[in-house]
Design a protein around this ligand. Sequence first.
Ligand SMILES: [Zn+2]
Ligand SMILES: [Zn+2]
Length: 392
Amino acid sequence: MTTTQDRVESLRDQLVAWRRHLHRNPEVGFHEHDTADYIEAELRQMPGLTVTRPTATSVLAVLKGGKPGRTLLLRADIDALPIEEENTFEFRSQRPGAMHACGHDGHTAILLGVARLLSENPEEVPGEVRMIFQHAEEIGPGGAEELVMETGLMDGVDVVTGLHLNSQLPAGLVVVKPGAFMAAPDTVHITVKGKGGHGAHPEQTVDPIAVGAQVVTNLQHVVSRHVAALDALVVSITYFQSGTTHNVIPDTAVLMGTVRTFDPELRQRAPELIERVVKGVTEAHGAGYDFRYELGYRPLINTDWVAAQLKEIALETVGEEHYQDAQPTMGGEDFSAYLEKAPGAYFNVGSGSDEADSRWPHHHPRFTIDEESLVTGARMLHAAALRLTTPE
Ligand SMILES: [Zn+2]
Ligand SMILES: [Zn+2]
């Protein structure tokens, strides 16, 4: 066992204690006041860190290393979700209507652990490590965007990394992928404008429900007939609202959906492809439409060399039997905002196990993590901090 591993091992109980405190006291995006106060107080006990609050509910700790090197940004997101927790363990949420159901309590504990380890041995750290405890990952346009655009957080940053726990992977498994890793989650809003009337006389109306149904089925042609099979595109209409009762044809139907892409060019083309279908179908039936397209987080594209280094670090730190190349996912992440400004890579650490009953999906009221993943995450991120700050 390397010294890094010994040192993380000695932090095991502390990692669990931090995580459980945070789990008990969840706060949703932009309301993480107690969370940020807690993180700040913990960081202030660690020598050698400069601790500030870039925004009201985010915390930044900066460690200047003892020798020349790169400036690295490590990121953990700290926000919870508006979910009523259904777990019954002793450290379940004490706050009605809020829950750490995505693992951000774990991310925060892991980064606190890394801050502690780095602060204990600053002379071994090259360059500079900035540790950002980021607010509001779950709420678009996301806390990352605010930090990147409105604070100097990324000024002079050479490389960035961070991790997400993943309940769908076995606890302790590390997965990394170069290139496209997570999709851009954009949103489409469509209103089909028909002409209401009596349900017995559809010929006197323009039925927005019938037209809306055509829009939904025709949109699938965008995917199957206008985009090459290997260019990943998902169009899901997830909301269809119209009508009030059984014998009245309504005036309008409101549709919403999510559009997921990896490729920036395809992402740019998608609104036009979709609107063309909406326009064609509504016109063919004498209906009108409103169309609104909202861009979500950017696609998360990992920088190849950083992903390659993380893979090497994983092979050294957790070993071949706990490493896999990652598959791309259609989920979105505001970590992509940092990657607009500097090279970097985002990776996953598995947190699912039967023993911890932690295979529930993210955002589920029973979600939890196998706390062994805290140790794996801290090992990875600590090793990454030392490696990625080391100049070529
Ligand atoms: Zn989430
Ligand atoms: Zn998350």
